[in-house]
Design a protein around this ligand. Sequence first.
Ligand code: F6R
Length: 239
Amino acid sequence: MMKIVIVKAEDVGKAAFEEVKKVLCEKPDCTLGLATGSSPLPLYREMIRAYKDGLSYRNVTTYNLDEYVGLPKTHDQSYYYFMHKNLFSEIDLPEENTHIPDGTAPDMEKECARYSALLSAAKIDLQVLGIGGNGHIAFNEPGTPFTSKTHTVTLTEKTVLDNARFFDKIEDVPRTAVTMGIGEILKAKKILLIATGKNKADAVYKMIKGPVDVSCPASSLRDHPDVTVVLDEQAAAKL
Ligand code: F6R
């Protein structure tokens, strides 16, 4: 079941936080799946505001979706750095409760197996997602089987181009990433996907109205029992 919530751009954070708050209030020791990128930032700002207003994340556990391969944790484009800067350092979530795939592991195959094992032991109560302009979720690019587990991926040219704005030169954009698989994402009890801006309108349309097919990884969410999609008006423009 997909619930679609369309709000003004400035209300995306609040609308998304409503979903997270329900889970946190019901289960203060819940497990959250987290995403990076621009889409969840308004949500993270609301999570920080709620912490300042007295909400605690002390007993929360988190698992991130993905990480670039080869960027050290200290690199300002690593997802480790992103999560610490935009959320973890601002709230009382203990560092040892946070999990992000390690893109600097010497043996990435082993690292994928390690992360997969962690995920199959964990029960994610709510998974936060963004969506790529090509319909990807996490770094599961078009063509990825819906049963996939944590794996390394070669990023498509479109994703490399979309990400280039964050790097000095396009050659600096990593070409490989490690990502939670679609099969693992679909195991979350609830899913919250956030999409904003006109660049997402086509992908959002395909996710909701197109065929359920590997050509649009986000369309896999239509088979999930509890998905909330929070959109601003631009991302919802083609629905
Ligand atoms: C990030 C991730 C990606 C992004 C997607 C959209 O952890 O998994 O799938 O959600 O690329 O990125 P933004 O939000 O920057 O447009």
